[in-house]
Ligand binder design. Sequence first.
Ligand code: UT7
Length: 346
Amino acid sequence: MYVPPRVYTNEMLSRLMDTTDEWVVQRTGIQERRFAEAGTGSAQLGVEAARAALASANLSPSDIDLVIFATMTPDYYFPGNGGLLTAALGMKPSTHALDIRMQCAGFLSGMQTADAFIRSGMYDRVLLVGAECHSGLMPWPESVWDVVKGEAEGPCDPFWRATASGMRDRAVLFGDGAGAMVLEANDSGDGRGFLGFVMYTDGTHWDKLHIPGGGCKSRPYFTPAMFESLATIPIVEGRQVFRLAVQLMPAAVREVLGRHGRTLDDVKLLLMHQANLRINEAVQKALDLPDERVFNNIQKYGNTTAGTLPIVFDEASRLGKFQRGDLVCFTALGAGLHWGAGLVSI
Ligand code: UT7
């Protein structure tokens, strides 16, 4: 995992918007998040995570056959972050890069895609990256960031305070961060690796989480009016997404276990997308899992979208929450609406 060094607490955000630490902690569990400095994008965060993953696997960039990069906050409209990462890491030209944009389900979908490519024999070694730079979606200028950071004296310009307060339900949720995994074929027959996935999409819910402004359905695809009306800020129908998440994630977990002849008792650790601690507590309750068999770190990082699963996996690993041979279950749900669950024998 890699997260930018600068921590933003709820109190720091309250310098800009009408919010309190109490509200954010009570409704979401989030205490702080990281935001990158201006000029650092999700590709760079992904590069840092990829370097760490390669080092931990004792591999070099030239060992990778396929890069899969999941993000909903790419550096550019195009090209995608995958190619940018291959250039930054100096990968060989025969390394193919695939960009996927499945938002909060991006890393889970990336694991399924990597698994399928490896099983097919098409690629031996895949570098999977999930990275987000949500701070780029925030509309305020650097002078406002400086007040939030405590590097300039407040109060914030009243226009930006009103704007930020109007999007406070979303602005407090997200953070910047990245994670990466190196996945390779395991022909040893020891049963370790991905058992399988269940993945779903219900496009009828597309409008529950989306950014209305920007995109080639509009001509031209960006207009000054879109910025002025804040159409470039994500719309999150929070209550409905919350309700769907607490129904669909437990169902996906039960289904993937059933398909592979396992039960919840076989799962050492359930790692969920980190959108809201209250969602994850409800999923844990629905599955009747004790505290030691789930792990959350949204408290420190907020929702890092495609970054959450590898970030929570990395920290759980460092804390010794699973050992070789343990069964770990992943589940996620996000904009699309895409959701699912996957099982891995570590
Ligand atoms: O990964 C997928 C993306 N994530 C999601 O889709 C998030 C899922 N949903 C959620 O996490 C929750 O629905 C939220 C955290 C977004 C919102 O929590 P809620 O309990 O559904 O609150 P609400 O939107 O119904 O708002 C309740 C009140 C409102 O005030 P009034 O109308 O009751 O006076 C809001 O204006 O809380 C107010 N509020 C805030 N107050 C202080 C909303 N955001 C804030 C805030 N600080 N940051």
